[in-house]
Structures are given as C-alpha cells and as structure tokens.
Design a protein around this ligand. Structure first.
Ligand SMILES: [Zn+2]
Length: 279
C-alpha cells in the first residue's frame, strides 16, 4: 500500500488537495519541483483533504472565483524556493494555501532583509498597481502549497472582478502597514524581540507548535549572524526549544510577553483589512 498527497483540479474544476491510498501498481508520480507546472486531475476515488485554504480565494464570490479558477495551477512550494526575484519580471501570482513565503529586500552585498511574511492570508506578486517587475525577492521559508496564475491572466480577471480588485487593494494596504511596522521594528527593537515576532508570525500561519526552520534560515530572515540567533534563543530558553532543524514553541505566552509591540499592531491591521481574521 502507498499513501501520497497530490494537489490538482477535480472534475468539477476546483483546486483540491487529495490523498491517494492504494496498491503500489496504482501509485502516481509524487509532485516535486519538476511537476509544479502540471495540473493533476483528481479522480472520483480520491479522498478530499481540503479545498482552497487561501483566505482571499475562499472569500471570493463563486462567480468571480470561477474567473480565476480557469487559469489557477496547483503548485508545491518547496522550502528555499525563490518564487520571485527582485528586478525580474513577475511571471506568476501565488495564493499560498499552506506554508510561509518571505518578502525580502535584496542588498548589493548579496544579503537580504526580511520585511514581511505571507501565508494563507495573502498573495505573492499581485497588487493594484499591476507592477510588472518585482521590487523584492520572495522566498519559501516553510514549505507548503499554493495556487498560482500567470500575471497577465490575473490582471485580466482583475478587470472583470470588482471583488478581486477590492481584495487586492486591501492586501496592498495590509502589506504597506506590515512593511512600515517592520521598518520601525528593525530600527527600534533588539534581535530577541524581533525573533519572537518572526516565530509567532510563522506559527500563526502554520497552526503548529513545531516550526520547520533552521537557526541558519532564521538568522537569514532576521539579517543577523547565526551566533546572534543562538544567543537570542538562550534568552528565550523557557519559551522555545531547538530540535534538529526545527523550533518547538513550548510556551507561547512567554513569547507573547517577550515580543515587540509590532506583532500586535501588524496582526490588528491585517485582521481588519483582510477577510476571515486571516492570521
Ligand atoms: Zn517589532
């Protein structure tokens, strides 16, 4: 017997994450980097695990969602995959269902500074101004899944859908607040408080006490040395626990005590602007 998850369009044309269970002879190729372009059609035998988890997609009226669904492709978001590069054309707009993508300002020395995290509450690459070249990098920090659509098709649907235009405008506003607060945070708060914010924001998006994140990846997101993260983690030893390549949040209340004010401010604004208490 085998058991494997795949995502694809059902016979009804909806994106679905499905779990296949069956004998080895019926196994299908697992989704990986090479098959991300493929829309894999699910059979009636498939066991539905979930439909759209992305809050923006799930909040669209059915008739306007159907305009997007025609061109949406299910894709995996492997950790460390860069789905958007600063200065390069934006080819696809991503709606994450699961996982976390960071928006990072690339610096001339090859480093990058994280300014926002996007999960199921948001969009990567899409905005009201229909900018065609990316201003930031977008890197998968926690692996997951998304639906994506070509930028040209996305803009065509925006022309037809007032609900999508409204959502994208709200997302623009939420991202602006997020980026403003991140800039203030980096200038004002020490790394342990910023680390708390980063970990809480990731936990909010994955609903899991264990974050699949290495110290090295976290150091990159905070734009500090790995040793700095190690020292900051010692300050939080009663709240977090490092396991091999993973961070366990063992006392969220302590994290909330230690986090900077920016966490609450960003959360309040995003909750007000985006549907269904998105994060
Ligand atoms: Zn802060």
């Amino acid at each position: 017997m085998f058991s494997i998850e795949q995502s694809g369009f059902s016979s009804a044309g909806r994106f679905e994450r499905v779990l296949f269970v069956g004998p080895p002879s019926e196994a299908r190729a697992p989704i990986g980097r090479d098959s991300r372009l493929a829309g894999i059609r699910a059979s009636k035998m498939d066991q539905l695990v979930y439909r759209f988890r992305n809050r923006l997609l799930s909040s669209l009226p059915a008739d306007e969602l159907s305009l997007l669904e025609r061109d949406l492709q299910p894709v995996d978001l492997p950790a460390a995959d860069r789905v958007q590069r600063s200065g390069e054309p934006i080819e696809y707009i991503y709606f994450p269902h699961k996982g976390v993508v960071s928006l990072d300002v690339a610096m001339a020395d090859g480093g990058a500074v994280n300014i926002a995290l996007i999960g199921r509450e948001g969009i990567v690459g899409g905005g009201s101004l229909r900018v065609t070249r990316a201003a930031t990098d977008a890197t998968v920090q926690v692996s997951g899944t998304a639906s994506r659509i070509g930028a040209k098709q996305f803009h065509q649907v925006m022309d037809q859908s007032s609900a999508l235009r409204d959502l994208v405008a709200r997302h623009d506003a939420a991202t602006a607040v997020y980026v403003q607060q991140s800039a203030a945070c980096i200038a004002r708060y020490p790394v342990d408080a910023r680390m708390c914010r980063c970990l809480l924001e990731i936990q909010d998006r994955i609903d899991n006490d264990t974050l699949p994140l290495t110290q090295e990846a976290l150091a990159g997101m905070l734009a500090v040395q790995r040793t700095t993260v190690t020292l900051a983690a010692r300050q939080l030893q009663d709240a977090i626990q490092w396991r091999r390549g993973r961070i366990g949040i063992i006392n969220r209340a302590l994290m909330e005590d230690a986090v900077c004010e920016c966490y609450g401010r960003i959360r309040r604004h995003v909750t007000q602007l985006l549907p269904e208490s998105a994060v």
